[in-house]
Design a protein around this ligand. Structure first.
Ligand SMILES: [Ca+2]
Ligand SMILES: [Ca+2]
Ligand SMILES: [Ca+2]
Ligand SMILES: [Ca+2]
Length: 360
């Protein structure tokens, strides 16, 4: 990690009291407008850095149980997150043997099947998706409280931007004590362009979560908004704004299908054949653009990004059924679930057919 960081060109900036956030913000904004040829590549790079830091303090790009990331990329784990909830980690980390995976899925199946007719219907799955989403939120709150307590060393239920920044930079191989000292004395700190971009992004989101006129600190509730805006109705509009900031190229406050697919407005989107484009096109037309007028408004985006929206949970339930519904009765049987386990858990029950055979 460290040698890689050292390869980046080191740049210097001066921290000048409270205007620092603003001047830094403007500096970075201008740069990214000029050279933002491929936002996805940058996001991938940032993601790579992030996955290597445990309990990273940077506001996460990936929001659990939200269909889309803050970078506009679809959350490829979404189905699994809302189907398995916290158990997803166990499936992904290989904590379950195949036979355990099977019995775990059976257990989940029976939990969802509240009317005990041995089939999962849309209303059962909608309720399940919402309950798993709430579970994600509870988990986010727990983790957030721990992080907050770690930074708020004097326990006054506030963390200042400088306390946060010192901890944040410490996670990126800076010496926390000397960083804290420099911040206190408004001395300059040398950071790489990459880290500077991250700091800038964090500062933007910090400002969204802080009270007006009191932007120097966050309370624990505000810190939760900062790290997990998906858990707060009031923060959804900021998620929408972040999203539009990146995607709304013509600045009309709405999203066109061309903008969402990152192609020029003269391109015929139906000729875009690659999988990424196909998935985005489908999502835009079938899910995001509720009234099918080829525009996704702020209102539509807010509904789409709200993990506790009943409509979205129902949509998701429909997709969860459609994927495994081999006999087309609009319900999911246990066999259909096990047969198509890869979609729901990420791993195929290779010996499922065999073990059914053995049971006979
Ligand atoms: Ca049922
Ligand atoms: Ca637009
Ligand atoms: Ca629309
Ligand atoms: Ca079925």
């Amino acid at each position: 990690m460290l040698p890689k960081l050292l390869l980046f060109v080191l740049i210097t900036f001066t921290i000048v009291g409270t205007s620092y956030g603003k001047s830094l913000m403007m500096m970075v904004k201008n740069e990214s407008k000029d050279g933002d040829a491929n936002p996805n590549e940058e996001d991938d790079a940032a993601k790579k850095i992030k996955t290597e830091i445990e309990d990273d303090l940077a506001p996460p790009k990936h929001l659990d149980a939200v269909k889309i990331g803050r970078d506009g990329n679809l959350n490829s784990n979404f189905h699994k997150e809302v189907f398995l909830g916290e158990d997803l980690d166990n499936f992904e980390n290989g904590n379950y043997e195949l036979k355990d995976q099977k019995s775990k899925l059976e257990e989940i199946f029976h939990l969802i099947d509240t009317n005990k007719d041995k089939h999962l219907d849309n209303s059962e799955l909608t309720a399940w998706v919402l309950s798993k989403t709430r579970e994600h939120f509870e988990e986010a709150k727990r983790g957030n409280a721990q992080q907050f307590a770690k930074i708020d060393t004097d326990g006054d239920n506030q963390i200042t931007w400088n306390e946060y920044l010192a901890e944040f930079l410490a996670q990126r191989n800076f010496d926390k004590k000397s960083v804290a000292e420099k911040l206190k004395n408004s001395e300059k700190i040398e950071i790489s362009k990459d880290v500077e971009d991250e700091v800038e992004d964090a500062r933007d989101k910090w400002m969204q979560s802080a009270s007006e006129g009191e932007t120097d600190f966050l309370t624990s509730e505000q810190f939760l908004d900062f790290q997990h805006p998906e858990t707060s109705k009031g923060m959804l509009q900021y998620l929408v704004e972040d999203f539009l900031h990146d995607m709304d190229i013509d600045g009309d406050g709405e999203l066109s299908i061309h903008e969402y697919m990152s192609v020029g407005s003269d391109v015929d989107v139906d000729t875009q054949a690659d999988e990424w484009a196909q998935i985005r096109k489908k999502e835009f037309r079938n899910v995001m653009d509720v009234n099918h007028d080829n525009k996704v408004t702020k209102d539509e985006l807010e509904k789409y990004l709200d993990p506790l929206s009943e409509n979205m949970a129902e949509q998701e339930a429909r997709q969860l059924i459609a994927f495994g519904d081999d006999d087309g009765d609009d319900k999911l049987s246990l066999d259909e679930l096990l047969e198509n386990s890869e979609f729901y858990t990420g791993s195929k029950l290779y010996n499922y057919a065999k073990s059914v055979h053995d049971d006979l």
